[in-house]
Design a protein. Structure first.
Length: 91
């Protein structure tokens, strides 16, 4: 992962961690359920964005290297790996 993308990703993850801690406090303080759900949805959206950033980095580094490489089994492995991740996530 490029340094700039890595820094952006780490920053987003730290922000998400702060939001999760806030949700924990909201639950402990018996905050209104819909407010808690809205915060959970915000964290889920933020995690999805981080997933996109990591996938983009992976596609532009590991996958590109494998596709340009000489080893057809490595190409297949990398492509299968991506498919497996998204098939599991979609279930």
């Amino acid at each position: 992962m490029e340094t700039e993308s890595k820094e952006t990703t780490v920053h987003r993850l730290r922000s998400i961690a702060g939001h999760v801690n806030s949700i924990e406090r909201m639950v402990a303080d018996d905050q209104y359920c819909i407010d808690v759900i809205k915060q959970i949805q915000a964290v889920q959206a933020a995690l999805a964005k981080v997933g996109e950033l990591v996938l983009d980095g992976h596609l532009h580094s590991c996958v590109t290297t494998a596709i340009r490489g000489e080893d057809p089994s490595e190409r297949e492995r990398v492509l299968r790996e991506i498919l497996d991740v998204y098939q599991v996530a979609g279930k």
